[in-house]
Write a protein that binds this ligand. Structure first.
Ligand SMILES: [Fe+2]
Length: 202
Protein backbone atom coordinates (compact mmCIF):
# COMPACT_ATOMS: atom_id res chain seq x y z
CA UNK A 1 0.00 0.00 0.00
CA UNK A 2 1.55 3.21 -1.18
CA UNK A 3 0.30 6.19 0.80
CA UNK A 4 -0.05 9.63 -0.75
CA UNK A 5 2.98 11.83 -0.09
CA UNK A 6 3.33 15.54 0.40
CA UNK A 7 5.16 16.65 -2.77
CA UNK A 8 8.27 18.80 -2.61
CA UNK A 9 7.78 22.32 -3.91
CA UNK A 10 9.38 23.08 -7.29
CA UNK A 11 11.04 26.19 -5.73
CA UNK A 12 12.31 27.29 -2.32
CA UNK A 13 9.93 28.75 0.25
CA UNK A 14 11.52 32.19 -0.07
CA UNK A 15 11.62 32.31 -3.85
CA UNK A 16 8.16 33.81 -4.34
CA UNK A 17 9.10 36.80 -2.17
CA UNK A 18 8.05 39.55 -1.96
CA UNK A 19 4.69 38.50 -3.40
CA UNK A 20 4.17 35.35 -1.33
CA UNK A 21 6.28 35.43 1.83
CA UNK A 22 8.51 32.64 3.07
CA UNK A 23 6.73 32.08 6.38
CA UNK A 24 3.33 31.72 4.72
CA UNK A 25 4.71 29.36 2.07
CA UNK A 26 6.44 27.23 4.70
CA UNK A 27 3.41 27.03 7.00
CA UNK A 28 1.00 26.51 4.13
CA UNK A 29 3.01 23.61 2.73
CA UNK A 30 4.46 21.99 5.84
CA UNK A 31 1.45 22.38 8.13
CA UNK A 32 -1.74 22.84 6.12
CA UNK A 33 -0.94 20.75 3.08
CA UNK A 34 0.73 18.09 5.25
CA UNK A 35 -2.42 17.89 7.40
CA UNK A 36 -4.63 17.34 4.34
CA UNK A 37 -2.24 14.65 3.13
CA UNK A 38 -2.22 12.84 6.49
CA UNK A 39 -6.00 13.00 6.91
CA UNK A 40 -6.54 11.84 3.32
CA UNK A 41 -4.37 8.78 4.00
CA UNK A 42 -6.13 8.17 7.31
CA UNK A 43 -9.55 8.29 5.62
CA UNK A 44 -8.46 5.69 3.05
CA UNK A 45 -6.66 3.29 5.38
CA UNK A 46 -9.54 0.82 5.73
CA UNK A 47 -10.08 0.86 1.95
CA UNK A 48 -6.57 0.00 0.70
CA UNK A 49 -7.67 -0.66 -2.90
CA UNK A 50 -8.26 3.08 -3.24
CA UNK A 51 -4.50 3.66 -2.92
CA UNK A 52 -4.18 2.11 -6.38
CA UNK A 53 -6.01 5.09 -7.87
CA UNK A 54 -4.62 8.56 -8.35
CA UNK A 55 -5.94 11.20 -5.96
CA UNK A 56 -7.42 12.98 -8.99
CA UNK A 57 -9.34 9.83 -10.01
CA UNK A 58 -10.70 9.51 -6.49
CA UNK A 59 -11.94 13.12 -6.42
CA UNK A 60 -13.31 12.99 -9.99
CA UNK A 61 -15.44 9.99 -8.97
CA UNK A 62 -16.14 11.04 -5.40
CA UNK A 63 -19.70 9.67 -5.51
CA UNK A 64 -18.33 6.14 -5.93
CA UNK A 65 -16.40 6.42 -2.66
CA UNK A 66 -17.97 4.53 0.28
CA UNK A 67 -20.39 6.80 2.06
CA UNK A 68 -18.79 6.48 5.49
CA UNK A 69 -15.53 8.05 4.28
CA UNK A 70 -16.85 10.21 1.43
CA UNK A 71 -16.89 13.55 3.27
CA UNK A 72 -13.42 13.04 4.76
CA UNK A 73 -12.05 12.02 1.35
CA UNK A 74 -13.74 14.95 -0.40
CA UNK A 75 -12.33 17.47 2.09
CA UNK A 76 -8.85 16.06 2.60
CA UNK A 77 -8.29 14.46 -0.79
CA UNK A 78 -9.56 17.70 -2.27
CA UNK A 79 -7.15 19.65 -0.07
CA UNK A 80 -4.34 17.34 -1.14
CA UNK A 81 -4.86 17.73 -4.91
CA UNK A 82 -5.89 21.39 -4.87
CA UNK A 83 -2.64 22.34 -3.13
CA UNK A 84 -0.52 20.11 -5.39
CA UNK A 85 -2.10 21.93 -8.32
CA UNK A 86 -1.63 25.36 -6.74
CA UNK A 87 2.10 24.89 -6.04
CA UNK A 88 2.66 23.79 -9.62
CA UNK A 89 0.75 26.82 -10.88
CA UNK A 90 3.30 29.17 -9.31
CA UNK A 91 6.76 30.24 -10.43
CA UNK A 92 9.44 32.61 -9.15
CA UNK A 93 9.99 33.83 -12.72
CA UNK A 94 7.71 36.41 -14.29
CA UNK A 95 6.27 34.67 -17.35
CA UNK A 96 4.50 35.75 -20.52
CA UNK A 97 1.32 33.89 -21.47
CA UNK A 98 2.09 31.52 -24.36
CA UNK A 99 0.45 32.53 -27.64
CA UNK A 100 -2.34 29.98 -28.19
CA UNK A 101 -3.67 30.25 -24.64
CA UNK A 102 -3.34 34.04 -24.76
CA UNK A 103 -5.42 34.18 -27.93
CA UNK A 104 -8.23 32.08 -26.46
CA UNK A 105 -8.21 34.09 -23.22
CA UNK A 106 -8.57 37.27 -25.29
CA UNK A 107 -11.35 35.79 -27.42
CA UNK A 108 -13.22 34.52 -24.38
CA UNK A 109 -12.85 37.41 -21.95
CA UNK A 110 -12.14 40.39 -24.24
CA UNK A 111 -8.54 40.96 -23.15
CA UNK A 112 -5.97 39.61 -20.72
CA UNK A 113 -6.73 42.48 -18.35
CA UNK A 114 -10.43 41.64 -18.43
CA UNK A 115 -9.65 37.98 -17.80
CA UNK A 116 -7.51 38.90 -14.79
CA UNK A 117 -10.23 41.22 -13.54
CA UNK A 118 -12.91 38.52 -13.76
CA UNK A 119 -10.69 35.86 -12.19
CA UNK A 120 -9.72 38.27 -9.39
CA UNK A 121 -13.37 39.13 -8.83
CA UNK A 122 -14.21 35.43 -8.47
CA UNK A 123 -11.35 35.01 -5.98
CA UNK A 124 -12.46 38.07 -4.05
CA UNK A 125 -16.15 37.17 -3.89
CA UNK A 126 -15.71 33.51 -2.94
CA UNK A 127 -17.48 33.73 0.41
CA UNK A 128 -15.42 32.17 3.18
CA UNK A 129 -12.86 29.50 2.35
CA UNK A 130 -12.38 28.12 -1.12
CA UNK A 131 -10.74 28.56 -4.48
CA UNK A 132 -11.13 30.37 -7.80
CA UNK A 133 -10.25 28.52 -10.99
CA UNK A 134 -9.71 28.87 -14.70
CA UNK A 135 -11.08 25.67 -16.24
CA UNK A 136 -11.82 24.08 -19.56
CA UNK A 137 -15.46 23.05 -19.80
CA UNK A 138 -16.28 21.24 -23.05
CA UNK A 139 -13.42 23.08 -24.73
CA UNK A 140 -14.44 26.53 -23.45
CA UNK A 141 -12.48 28.60 -20.95
CA UNK A 142 -14.49 29.42 -17.83
CA UNK A 143 -13.87 31.00 -14.44
CA UNK A 144 -15.44 29.12 -11.55
CA UNK A 145 -15.33 29.18 -7.76
CA UNK A 146 -15.42 26.26 -5.35
CA UNK A 147 -16.08 26.19 -1.61
CA UNK A 148 -13.84 24.57 0.96
CA UNK A 149 -11.75 21.94 -0.83
CA UNK A 150 -14.20 21.10 -3.61
CA UNK A 151 -12.63 20.50 -7.02
CA UNK A 152 -13.95 21.32 -10.50
CA UNK A 153 -12.90 17.75 -11.43
CA UNK A 154 -15.99 16.50 -9.60
CA UNK A 155 -18.10 18.53 -12.05
CA UNK A 156 -16.25 17.16 -15.07
CA UNK A 157 -14.27 20.36 -15.66
CA UNK A 158 -10.54 20.45 -16.37
CA UNK A 159 -8.57 22.81 -14.10
CA UNK A 160 -5.92 25.03 -15.72
CA UNK A 161 -5.15 27.53 -12.92
CA UNK A 162 -6.29 28.04 -9.34
CA UNK A 163 -5.84 30.41 -6.45
CA UNK A 164 -6.26 29.45 -2.83
CA UNK A 165 -8.38 32.01 -0.99
CA UNK A 166 -8.44 30.29 2.39
CA UNK A 167 -7.21 32.82 4.94
CA UNK A 168 -4.24 30.57 5.72
CA UNK A 169 -2.82 31.45 2.26
CA UNK A 170 -2.53 35.17 2.97
CA UNK A 171 -3.27 36.12 6.56
CA UNK A 172 0.31 36.21 7.91
CA UNK A 173 1.42 38.78 5.34
CA UNK A 174 -1.74 40.45 4.09
CA UNK A 175 -3.95 40.11 7.19
CA UNK A 176 -7.54 40.61 6.00
CA UNK A 177 -6.52 42.22 2.71
CA UNK A 178 -7.49 39.47 0.30
CA UNK A 179 -7.43 41.91 -2.67
CA UNK A 180 -3.70 42.63 -2.12
CA UNK A 181 -2.91 38.92 -2.03
CA UNK A 182 -4.85 38.35 -5.27
CA UNK A 183 -2.99 41.24 -6.91
CA UNK A 184 0.34 39.74 -5.82
CA UNK A 185 -0.67 36.34 -7.23
CA UNK A 186 -0.44 37.63 -10.82
CA UNK A 187 3.33 38.12 -10.35
CA UNK A 188 3.94 34.45 -9.61
CA UNK A 189 1.71 32.56 -12.08
CA UNK A 190 3.48 29.77 -13.94
CA UNK A 191 1.96 30.46 -17.37
CA UNK A 192 4.11 27.79 -19.03
CA UNK A 193 2.45 25.21 -16.80
CA UNK A 194 -1.04 26.62 -17.33
CA UNK A 195 -0.45 26.58 -21.08
CA UNK A 196 0.82 23.00 -20.98
CA UNK A 197 -2.35 21.89 -19.19
CA UNK A 198 -4.42 23.76 -21.76
CA UNK A 199 -2.63 22.23 -24.77
CA UNK A 200 -2.92 18.73 -23.32
CA UNK A 201 -6.65 19.03 -22.79
CA UNK A 202 -8.03 21.42 -25.41
FE1 LIG B 1 -4.40 26.32 1.35
Amino acid sequence: MEEFQLPKLPYDYAELEPHFDEETMRTHHQKHHQAYTDKFNAALKDHPLLFQKTAEEIITNINEIPEEIRTAVKNNGGGFINHNFFWESLSPEQQEIPEELKKLLEETFGSIDEFKEKFSEAALTQFGSGWAWLVLNNGNLEIVKTSNQDSPLTEGKIPLLNIDVWEHSYYLKYKNRRPDYIKAFWNVVNWEKVSKRFLENK
